[in-house]
Write a protein that binds this ligand. Structure first.
Ligand code: ATP
Ligand code: MG
Length: 404
């Protein structure tokens, strides 16, 4: 794409109210636009990243055999009343202008909705196990919506729910999901600890969170960097300096960002919606469930927190909005146009900075946007292209084939 036709302009200065690197850099780079505290638009560059992250998540969930679907954002009161969650304080309630009472909540999680749907599709042991997920905008009236897109009142989540005939079958799916989550975060360039955690609003059981160490995180975790043992402070059995219970390592205390979590739900929701299956033995039994979330938009913020330097963002190639940032310093633009077309012919996503601004401006913008490979064409390089990776200081002179 030609940068001259890219909607949204970068800025040299950070917004005055940005408290974290992700907020400052994502706004400066015009990846996102803050409409209100905790409410963001994803501008074209940011939306490309969100789509990349969502596709990684989709690939890993599909590989588990899960089904992608989409549920309503308007969640009928009847669903939340069935589990006593109509009054939960993170919610937003809505009504039509001409209606007297709130008839819906804006969906903040979807256990109830999918369990009720499942109760019309599951009747025998042949109908389980299955799992389904969606990538959807969620709404929560967050009091602390301050860390950029890390905590939104409106945010993008992948939520998956699974349905099983036995505890053993659930346990085996839960373990496979842990691995799928590890794959997602590794593919996004993040080192996430799978952390033992408390059940929160959903369940009294032990659950697992995926935590990325970062100074702006809101959680405190105890980890062993050696064997990757990890506990959330809420359920911790160790403190900083303790010997790791599983190896000879030393426990460290870290602040971290929760990028995902997985919950055993037992039969809480299947009981509420009378979701049962007829077993092979002719006995009706409740379905055992789990729920599995990933904050897609929070992931983008977390990647920005982990992968940046003083000059700007440093996107991992897997989520970068473009593979190559082509900077043209020449008068004619002919060589750049050739390179642009050659890259596009190969299916390589390229952002061509064809704007009428100074080379200095282009270089600074390239550092801010953080596309993994920068290619400069100038009068002084002649037929050659100056190739540099965003995460390295080394500059190489090469041909278009070297660049490809
Ligand atoms: P937190 O403790 O951070 O409030 P949570 O326990 O409420 O998270 P879940 O309800 O399990 O989170 O949601 C699943 C995932 O969605 C979380 O792991 C997180 O990555 C993301 N998430 C939760 N709340 C927000 C939010 N307000 N803004 C952005 N992402 C969020
Ligand atoms: Mg929360």
């Amino acid at each position: 794409m030609r940068q001259s036709s890219l909607f949204a302009k970068t800025s040299k200065t950070a917004p005055s109210d940005a408290v974290s690197a992700n907020a400052a850099l994502l706004e400066r780079g015009a990846f996102v636009y803050k409409n209100s505290a905790g409410v963001y638009s994803y501008l074209p560059l940011g939306w490309r990243i969100i789509k990349k992250i969502a596709d990684i998540v989709r690939e890993e969930m599909d590989a588990l055999g899960s089904n992608e679907m989409l549920m309503p954002a308007l969640v009928d009161k009847k669903y939340l009343e069935a589990t006593d969650r109509w009054g939960v304080d993170v919610g937003y309630r809505v009504r039509g202008i001409d209606e007297a009472v709130d008839a819906f909540a804006l969906g903040w999680t979807h256990e109830e909705v999918l369990t009720e749907i499942a109760s019309h599709h599951i009747s025998s042991y042949r109908d389980v196990p299955f799992s389904a997920y969606q990538v959807q905008t969620k709404f929560r009236n967050e009091a602390r919506a301050k860390s950029g897109i890390l905590r939104g009142k409106e945010f993008i989540m992948k939520d998956m729910y699974s349905f099983h005939a036995s505890q053993e079958d659930f346990d085996s799916f839960y373990e496979k999901t842990k691995q799928a989550y590890a794959n997602v975060f590794a593919r996004c360039g993040l080192d996430a600890y799978c952390t033992r955690a408390a059940g929160g609003a959903f369940t009294g059981n032990i659950t697992h969170e995926f935590q990325v160490v970062s100074p702006v995180g809101e959680d405190v975790i105890y980890v062993c960097p050696k064997c990757r043992y990890a506990e959330n402070k809420e359920v911790a059995t160790v403190v900083q300096g303790d010997a790791c219970p599983e190896c000879k390592g030393v426990i460290e205390e870290k602040t971290a960002i929760e990028v995902g979590n997985i919950f055993p739900l037992g039969t809480k929701y299947s009981d509420a919606f009378n979701l049962k299956f007829l077993g092979e033995d002719g006995v009706k039994k409740p379905v055992i469930m789990g729920s599995y979330g990933i904050g897609i938009s929070r992931l983008m913020g977390t990647i920005a927190e982990v992968h940046h330097d003083d000059a700007g963002l440093v996107w991992p190639a897997s989520v970068s909005p473009f593979a190559v940032h082509l900077l043209d310093f020449t008068k004619s633009g002919d060589a750049a146009k050739n390179a642009y077309e050659a890259l596009q012919k190969r299916g390589i996503a390229v952002l061509w900075d064809d704007r009428q601004v100074s080379p200095g401006d282009k270089l600074a913008t390239a550092d801010l946007l953080g596309i993994p490979v920068r290619a400069v064409i100038s009068e002084k390089t002649g037929d050659m292209i100056e190739i540099k990776r965003r995460n390295s200081a080394e500059v190489k002179l090469g041909t278009i084939n070297d660049l490809i």
